[in-house]
Design a protein around this ligand. Sequence first.
Ligand code: DAH
Length: 340
Amino acid sequence: MKEELKKLLEEAKQSLAEANTMDEAEALRIKYLGKKGAITEILRSMKDLAPEERKEMGQAANETKAEIEQSINARKEVLKSAAKQAKLIEEAIDVTEPAVEAKLGASHLISKTIDEITEIFMNMGFSVAEGPEVETVYYNFDALNAGPNHPSRDMTDTFYIDDKTILRTQTSPIQVRTLLKEPLPIRIIAPGRVFRCDTPDATHSPMFHQLEGLVVDEGITMADLKGTLDIFAKKMFGPSTKTKFRPHHFPFTEPSAEMDVTCFKCGGKGCRICKGSGWIEILGCGMVHPNVLKVGSVDTEKYTGFAFGMGLERVAMLKHEIDDLRYLYENDVRFIEQFK
Ligand code: DAH
């Protein structure tokens, strides 16, 4: 029996040395030490031996069992740390690998233009107002002193939802909404989307953006209008920019004007951008018509005001020499990325 034990021990050690995984080591533990394992069988057969032999053999068998157990545990330790090592190598991160460049988004040019203009007027004490894109005929036309037969009311120019509701054709209705909502004095700008029944081409789009301005206070005159807009023009288009005000007509202002700026490309000499004239039309403006102030519950004996409105696509296109409005809405990254 001693021989048998010795053989078992050697055999076990030999097999263990060849066991390369935890599973194989565990299989060997079961083979030798499990319920039906070789050593267990031997220990069980002890009961058939004579008492003095039983003692000696029992001791020898237990020693062999302990030794095999120890060998298995030692082998398992080795295999465990080898597995851990292999995992570490497998999961290692090579910090010298070149990184995949993450694509960063950018604000759209129209958003940037709104931000830029807003910043200029905020620095002059203006705040930002808003109004709905789905507007009433009343706020878009009637309240702005546009007569019942004003051409812009036409179905061919305006998107009607029903006979009282439209998509606003201008940001000007925000003027009256603000007058009715805010205490005087008022000094606001209001950027937003506007809609007109136009077929898209290089200079037209059924949706575009405007930025409205309104100042109402005691003693506001045309000089305030000109001074404010002249500062805006110089900040927006460069310090040497000059402004010129040409008489015009809008229903909601009296007197009304259009403001031109000296061409920021040629400085006024005449070029492709300004079509040879040296001047570029930028916005409409004027002193707020008393009828509009009255609709806004303003005491016209005490208060006067000025207003202005500009097309943001036009300003952005002129400033960045973009020759087709449609680029602004196609969302081609090659275009958008140029204005990061
Ligand atoms: N709402 C005008 C338009 O869409 C632009 C405009 C002109 C706005 C003069 C104004 C203004 O506030 O005073 O053509």
